[in-house]
Design a protein. Structure first.
Length: 276
């Protein structure tokens, strides 16, 4: 009985759905450790920081990986508290192949395969995905849900802006190909080659490695650069409207707790409506 009670308490602490709203204290600690591990992996790529600190980096990585390994084993142990994985063997096997469990497994692969250092850098960066898994409930997930819903509601406007941008890029590429193909065949000798310049110009990156040299080509390039400002502003305005809609919806639902998804009042109101 004591063992089952301990397993249940650990399940509530480790599983966001079992905790209910927000992050449990244990998951808060895990998120902090994931961020520290991620920051350490970034700093490790700077020679002025990592040179001479190889032993310390190795010890820290083993320590982080050991904590995540313990967490992974505990999650496998307590997963049977979830009704979907109730069977002690088959349930745990089903849990092991879930996307969440596979992400957790990747987080501990550097320790399992004995790889520590730059070779495991990409595996350690995957740990950042676990924050999204741990924070899938509460304010963060609700805000993301509202934002995605707002973006979906603007999908037609975004599609039109993408089509218009693609047409402008193709048109600019054709114009620069026609004007500059004889002068700079290595850069504008074909429309696909000219597209490199057009894409860089329309995204306002402007590497400067390719540019027109004729007067007419510079005129077309100037017009394309001005058009690129409008092309960037169009989806930006659409996204800004989507953000505004998401924020307003979040404020309205926070002001009216009955509308909060998954709230106690929301469930009771649903029951009352079903009875009627």
């Amino acid at each position: 009985m004591v063992r089952k009670s301990l397993r249940h308490r650990l399940h509530v602490q480790l599983e966001p759905a079992a905790w209910g709203y927000g992050l449990s204290p244990v998951n808060w600690v895990l998120c902090i450790l994931i961020l520290l591990s991620f920051i350490g992996a970034i700093l490790e790529t700077e020679p002025s920081i990592s040179d001479g600190q190889e032993q310390l980096i190795r010890v820290l990585e083993v320590a982080f990986s050991s904590v995540f390994m313990l967490e992974y084993l505990l999650r496998v142990w307590v997963c049977v508290e979830d009704g979907r994985y109730r069977h002690p063997v088959a349930g745990r096997l089903r849990y092991l192949v879930t996307p969440a469990a596979l992400i957790d497994l990747v987080a501990v692969l550097p320790l399992l395969v004995g790889v520590v250092g730059t070779e495991s850098l990409m595996l350690r960066f995957v740990r950042l995905l676990r924050i999204a898994r741990l924070a899938q409930f509460g304010k963060l997930s609700r805000s993301v849900h509202y934002l995605l819903a707002a973006i979906v509601s603007r999908r037609y406007e975004l599609s039109i802006s993408v089509v218009v941008a693609a047409m402008m890029i193709v048109l600019a590429s054709i114009m620069l190909y026609w004007v500059e193909k004889d002068v700079q065949p290595e850069a504008f000798g074909s429309i696909p080659r000219a597209m490199w310049w057009a894409i860089i110009t329309f995204t306002t990156v402007g590497y400067g490695d390719v540019y027109p040299v004729t007067q007419l080509g510079r005129l077309f390039a100037a017009l394309s650069a001005l058009a690129s400002v409008a092309m960037v502003a169009m989806p930006t305005g659409i996204m800004a409207a989507a953000f505004s809609d998401a924020m307003q919806r979040g404020r309205h639902e926070l002001d009216d707790p009955v509308k909060l998804p998954g709230s106690y009042l929301d469930k009771n109101s649903q029951k009352q409506r079903s009875r009627r």
